[in-house]
Design a protein around this ligand. Sequence first.
Ligand code: NIG
Ligand code: FE
Length: 424
Amino acid sequence: KKIPTTIDVLLHNIGTLVTPQGNHPRGGASMKELQVIEKAAVAIANGRIALVGTEQDVRETLQKAGVEIHEELDAGGRLVTPGLVDPHTHLVHGGSREHELALKRSGVPYLEILAMGGGILSTVTSTRKASEDDLYTKARKSLNEMMLQGVTTVEAKSGYGLTLEDELKQLRVAKRLNETHPLDLVSTFMGAHAVPPEYKGREEEFVDLIVNEMLPRVTDEGLAEFCDVFCEHGVFSVEQSRRILMEGKRNGLIPKIHADEIVPLGGAELAGEVGAISAEHLLATSDEGMQEMANAGVIPVLLPGTSFNLGLTQHARARDMIDTYELPVALSTDYNPGSCPTESIQLIIALASVNLKMTPEEILTACTINAANALGRGFEIGTIEGGKKADLAIFDAPNLAYLPYHFGINHTFGVLKDGRVVVW
Ligand code: NIG
Ligand code: FE
């Protein structure tokens, strides 16, 4: 590889650098084979990684090539990983739902609160009321929180507007955040998040609205890359989900799906059938569903914060997905005001260890390259290697296992986004 003539930043004195290797389209065994470099350095030019290796090797190479180093950044012997990727969030929304906490804790199920007109529909009311600026300010705060956790790329779904204008409003906020905030945002249109009250009993007409009016406008305005559906008992059926995802595809949006979160409805199977890039939640997924996903190359995105916060004893079968089906498991916060009100990917890292029994190596892979692939971005983020974006997280931790082990605090010391220091 060619070395640039000047290096903008040399991140050096890295105690341990840990990264998945290459862009694995499949997980399985590769989720365990990380590259570990002690006493490492990363040379950055034009926001990209120019060189990575032991500090000694990197310095020697740069010296031999007569390269000028503009700035040196001392990692202080800390742990460095690729910037974390959060591939499933409901970032942009109005209000919050702590008024439902007592109801939730008294054992009223999630879908029942929704059927009573609360849950997602409560947030729909707040989001419709909110101005674009209100939504922007609130989401920006959350995004800062995520950045402080070591995250450098975030997916954001619409789905709390549920009218054409209110869905566009949410998506425009995400677009504006992507343009004005250092983090990268990836947008997903999720008009099929719930049936709004004005369409109660006329569900098919709401699906028509999504297909005939929302999808074309969203794509015309270039406001989303992905299309997602809440495929769940009492929300959107497999048939309705299929129609929306296929129409989305016809409009150029790549399918994603909230599948088998509560009931094994066949969402994972549908993900395989429509060629979804990812299927999310998967608490109740059957073996057939996992096999379908493996056959079709669908990435499972697991959200252990949701089962934790809903107080469920059931968890996604991460071990089977990784060991038996060799699925490239990804992890995400699912940050949203209902089932998982947290921006903390580091909490998710702890929960993936406790409840999903994933190893530290698997967890890092799941939060970096596999998450990047769930967003179609594995070619430019998710690992520390030459040519990729210089998105790096620096943790005040002696080794990788320390992150899931020492839980409940923020380990982040610094974050580089596109080669620039955004947290230090
Ligand atoms: O991923 N399940 C559907 N959507 C979100 C929750 C949204 C909400 O409750 O506001 C989820 O869990
Ligand atoms: Fe979600």
